[in-house]
Design a binder for this molecule. Sequence first.
Ligand code: ZN
Length: 342
Amino acid sequence: MLQKASEGFGFDILIETKSKLPDINSDEDDKKTEQKSEWPTVEAQILQSILEYSIEYGIESYFKSRDLSENYLLDNCRYYVDLYKGSKMNIASRKASMNPRVVENLEKLVVLELLEFQQYTTNNNETSKEYRFTKLGRMVGLLLLCDKIKNIDTQTYDMVYSQIYDFYNSLKNSHSKTCLVFFDYCKEEEKFNVVLNYLIKLLFTASNNKEDFLNQIKFLNLVFRDSAMFQIFKKSMEHMKKYNREIYEMFMLNLKLSIEEKHEYKSRNLAQFEITRMKKFKDIDEVVLEGFCNFCHGFLVEYMNSLEYLDSYIQSVEPRDNVSRTICQRCSKGYLNFEIII
Ligand SMILES: [Zn+2]
């Protein structure tokens, strides 16, 4: 397969931290209570502040790096607030001094697809860049905000919901369209905070490969190990099946392919798995699985309705429980476990 050239960093740069050791000048009592803590690195502080600017600024208009410094970073980015505390340097000099580092970070956000840019001609007839937040950029800015404030008020919550909705609405594929129906039902049942917390977790565990996070966002997981959430997922699928059959089928095909790929990967009976998969390739509601019988201790290939499979999967509290109610065809005594990997 073709490997895409790596840019060398991923979304991890937004959340990079460093340990802050207790202040050596503080007295002994302070030292005992002050724990070693994690702080965002200077670059992460600047990147986060830039993204937070999108919350008020929005996604419609372009901005220039120096305006960003003057209108937001100097007053809101902790690093710059501390840097210029008590300084006599005027605003123009501060902006000039900040600019190389600010531009460098703006460019990183362009690579991560959180910003886009256009070129313009300056008064000195030079070419320069101005930037605009993407829908994903403002969404990530809001996720960072939600992580900071913990107790989210209704107004912020609605703003976050709208931005996430707007982002998925712009993707126009079957997964994103299914996400929209799912989000609607989550909101109706006051469960959207589960999705929100999951998105925040994805951001704060992002790797140094930007495609990883972009793919996790694009194919956002809608199957949570939680019965109430799974009922919402099932309801969303029923809605899609009834009102948007084509999207439903595309979504179910994606689901089938991704589950079957996982089973193929750990298959111990690949010859049988391939034959069954070929037979069932047109049944997009069904998945071919390889299970392990807890009675005769053999691997058996089975197929079942994809949603029923997921239902039994999330109902098993312990991952090593019997995850299905499917009786082994060979011994007719055991149950097939589709998750066991030996
Ligand atoms: Zn058996």
